[in-house]
Design a protein. Structure first.
Length: 25
């Protein structure tokens, strides 16, 4: 637990940034 979560979070965060640029925290 950690590597997979980080990888998923990174992918999801990148998708969110691409879908809503500027709406990143």
């Amino acid at each position: 637990r950690g590597s997979v979560t980080r990888r998923l979070e990174g992918k999801a965060r990148r998708s969110a940034v691409k879908a809503g640029r500027g709406r990143v925290e």
